[in-house]
Design a protein around this ligand. Structure first.
Ligand code: ADP
Length: 549
């Protein structure tokens, strides 16, 4: 008979993260640039007390276990208090991306059945417009103080966040204990086709993700860090940073709505930020500012870049020109979001610098807790040789098993073993377990039976000094089915011809993979999470005639 372990079994609860921070690094600061325009400072100890006050206020408003609390908010301390106050008290924090179309937001609130909606001042006009469509919402809370409440609004019984908090003491509130598999929060995927789908995280999955993501070969977070998540708290929980900073007791800096290069740079410098995280488009903005002003970073040491492929040119600029270590990461909403990160091991550190770079440019290796494989269309796993590409599948403690309200299981079998989540990405894995994304399966260019990686072509274009941003899409071709079209935004004032752009590909990639044409545009459309909107680009260039066709 098996002998059972005799260890304590304590549920992994989100409230334990902030309790830990309050007890052990209670005087460490949390700094927020707010919508009101001011800079707010307090500590983890204050944040924990206010989260308990909020939990009491939510209960007083009639919220019960499992009720969903929607947020339309920037990164800031009040949003953090909702993360902990709602989840910690058994409610479900539902962060909504305000950059989605209003109809999508209304649909998501309805699908999640949000009972209460908390929102920043910025979004008052949006919520006023949406309110008649939000049947499930019983209370609206404006995340501000009395002085900033509107004189007039069409929202019935609009509540003031600071008044709700002030009405409670928090001192007599004890964080409840419950099953660690209880839902803690919901994020919706952006749903490029069809309706968005809800990923419902649990306390257990969130705490395990926090543990794992803070490890040295992952985000390497510690109490010495000053962490500024540029990635929004409405984009997969700011990649878990509000949780991982609590377990290590790092100082947190929130930029609020101030995400332009100048504001970010000032905040980085004034608060001594050491670590940040965001999608490539954010760094484009920050780097443009820093370069044009001839500035340097004095405390910023490393950053995670993910959400879409980090162009090698951006990696090189940050590392070589600014001394900022880039940790390229891959993940998705369905993975809470972290799956892989690229950090060198001891063996790789002995390699020449150019070879090290090739590795760092990959999306990296899995963190313990996640398994991955690349498979063919029949579900057979492919060799880890860095060449064989296939559909990337994953499983692990913080991967969804099903979508909210959906009967059908998204999971499939690999080599006859069930329980793997198909990511929709095409990738290779090398002998050291470093994964490289070739494309999203729907973005790959299928030319005469061969696949061309749009990411690889974009990375090459981005390395040209006159290119600000580049996107490659498939355009229909009578002979080859599809051929690549390169869409380019030039740097301000830069000269670049179609011929010069195409010549830049010579010797960098096989001839047959070179794009057939270049379209220069003023702007490339982005999704609500800052990724290139390929669907829209394909639509825009549907009728584009490639040369010779
Ligand atoms: P959505 O944008 O659909 O809401 P996510 O934000 O969850 O979804 O994005 C997940 C997808 O983003 C991945 O499946 C992958 O295609 C892409 N992605 C994320 N990180 C990277 C990366 N480092 N390189 C390339 N693609 C990435």
């Amino acid at each position: 008979m098996a002998l059972m372990g005799q260890m304590m079994s304590m549920p992994l609860l989100i409230s334990s993260l902030i309790q830990h921070a309050a007890r052990h690094t209670g005087d460490t600061e949390i700094v927020s640039k707010r919508c009101e325009g001011d800079l707010h400072r307090y500590t983890w100890r204050d944040a924990e007390l206010r989260s308990r006050q909020l939990a009491q206020a939510l209960a007083r408003l009639g919220c019960e276990a499992g009720d969903r609390i929607g947020t339309l908010a920037w990164n800031g301390h009040r949003h953090l208090e909702i993360y902990y106050g709602a989840s910690g008290s058994g409610l479900v924090c539902h962060t909504i991306n305000p950059r989605l179309f209003p109809e999508q937001i209304a649909w998501i609130v309805g699908d999640a059945q949000d009972k209460l909606l908390c929102f920043d001042l910025t979004f008052l006009p949006l919520v006023e417009k949406l309110q008649p469509l939000l049947g499930s919402v019983q209370h609206y809370v404006l995340m501000t103080d009395r002085a900033h409440m509107p004189g007039q609004t069409s929202i019935p019984n609009l509540l003031c966040f600071e008044e709700l908090i002030a009405a409670e003491t928090g001192h007599d509130y004890v964080w409840p204990q419950f099953d660690e598999n209880t839902a803690s929060s919901i994020c919706y995927t952006s749903g490029t086709t069809g309706h968005p789908k809800g990923a419902v995280y649990s306390h257990r999955s969130t705490v395990l993700h926090a543990f794992a993501s803070a490890m040295p070969d992952a985000m390497d977070c510690s109490a010495k860090d000053v962490i500024l998540p540029v990635v929004p708290m409405f984009h997969v929980n700011a990649w878990g940073l509000p949780y991982s900073s609590a377990i290590v007791g790092a100082k947190l800096v929130f930029p609020g709505p101030h995400l332009d290069g100048k504001s970010l740079y000032e905040l980085f410098e004034n608060e001594g930020v050491t670590f940040s995280a965001g999608v490539p488009t954010v760094w484009l903005g920050l780097l443009t500012h820093v370069k044009s002003q001839g500035l340097k970073f004095s405390s910023f040491k490393r950053t995670v870049i993910g959400g879409s492929a980090c162009p090698p040119a951006m990696l090189a600029t940050l590392m070589d020109d600014y001394g900022v270590e880039v940790i390229h990461a891959w993940g998705m909403t369905e993975l809470s979001p972290l799956g892989t990160l690229s950090k060198l091991n001891a063996k790789q550190l002995q390699l020449p610098q150019a070879e090290q770079r090739r590795i760092l440019e990959k999306q990296g290796k899995v963190i313990y807790g996640i398994d991955m494989a690349v498979i063919d269309d029949e579900g057979r796993s492919q060799p880890w040789d860095g060449r064989s590409s296939g559909n990337l599948v994953v499983r692990g403690h913080w991967v969804i098993a099903s979508y909210f309200r959906q009967q059908a299981s998204p999971l499939l079998a690999v080599d006859g073993q069930p329980g793997w989540f198909p990511t929709g990405d095409v990738a290779t894995i090398d002998g050291d377990g470093f994964m490289q994304i070739t494309d999203r399966s729907k973005d790959v260019i299928k030319s005469g039976g061969e696949w061309i990686s749009s990411i690889e072509l974009e990375n090459i274009a981005m390395a040209h000094p006159a290119v600000h941003e580049a996107a490659v899409i498939a355009v229909a071709h009578p002979k080859w089915d599809e051929r690549p079209l390169l869409v380019v935004v030039k740097k301000p004032g830069a000269e670049l011809s179609r011929e010069a752009m195409l010549a830049h590909y010579e010797g960098r990639i096989a001839k047959w993979q070179i794009p057939d044409d270049v379209a220069f545009v003023d702007e490339i459309p982005h999704t609500a999470t800052g990724k290139i909107q390929k669907l829209r680009l394909r639509e825009q260039f549907k009728a584009h005639r490639l040369p010779g066709t």
